[in-house]
Design a binder for this molecule. Structure first.
Ligand SMILES: C[S@@+](CC[C@H](N)C(=O)[O-])C[C@H]1O[C@@H](n2cnc3c(N)ncnc32)[C@H](O)[C@@H]1O
Length: 215
């Protein structure tokens, strides 16, 4: 949890950014990590895109036959996502919500895929196993603490950056890590970011319940 004031400022920042941008802020291509994770995913299923913004990843998956819910607090981004979905003729469920406050009560819906991309939420990552069906996949990407001061994009608040091995520690009690990177890259999701940047990427699976011997 970030505290009410920080959360409010973050929400307002994104609302403004989407409202003021003539075109989509992150472009229409899906995240590089989502493309890379495709071979590890089922062919289709239910996906929850947390802080999915303008929907570039949600749309990509919906076109492939996934049933996708985007949850985000910025209405201007969700409006763009809805427009793009209707132009593409694919269904997309939109949930306008502040993810810092619990939204979906119990029993929770379960998903085959949970995306936490370019949104720093420790609770969501640590609790991913509660949102996933057995065999479901978590995909996380964000900037690392090593990105501070590079001037090539990302938050300037250290609290919104991933520490060394932090993602591993958050998921490892429950999930099996299929891919983990913590490194300097040239390529990035945001077309406005130029130059090398330090990112963290994780793909992990909630293992299906082990078979009980003798049954
Ligand atoms: C960097 S953008 C990432 C968008 C998308 N995941 C992507 O990679 O294209 C961060 C997103 O987090 C959303 N966000 C920030 N704080 C939030 C909160 N408390 N609740 C819901 N969404 C939030 C913003 O509205 C914004 O769309």
């Amino acid at each position: 949890m970030r505290g009410a004031e920080k959360t409010r400022r973050e929400r307002e920042k994104w609302e403004r950014r989407y409202q003021q941008a003539a075109d989509s802020v992150f472009g229409s291509d899906p995240s590089l990590l989502v493309r890379r994770a495709l071979p590890l995913l089922p062919q289709s299923g239910r996906c929850l895109d947390l802080a999915g913004g303008e929907g570039r990843n949600a749309l990509f998956l919906a076109r492939l036959g996934w049933e996708v819910v985007i949850a985000d607090c910025a209405l201007a981004g969700l409006v763009r996502a809805r427009l793009a979905a209707s132009e593409a003729g694919v269904p997309l469920q939109l949930l306008a919500t502040d993810l810092e406050t619990p939204v979906l009560g119990d029993p929770r819906p379960l998903f085959d895929l949970l995306l936490v991309l370019n949104y720093h939420d420790r609770d969501a990552v640590a609790g991913a196993h509660r949102w996933l069906r057995p065999g479901g996949i978590l995909v996380v990407q964000g900037f690392a603490l090593d990105q501070l001061g590079r001037g090539t994009g990302g938050p300037s608040d250290p609290e919104l950056l991933w520490g060394s091995n932090e993602l591993l520690a958050l998921v490892q009690p429950h999930l099996r890590v299929l891919l983990y990177e913590d490194r300097l890259v040239e390529e990035d999701d945001n077309p406005a970011h130029r130059g090398p940047k330090w990112v963290v990427r994780l793909v992990a699976e909630l293992p299906a319940a082990p078979a009980v011997a003798g049954r």
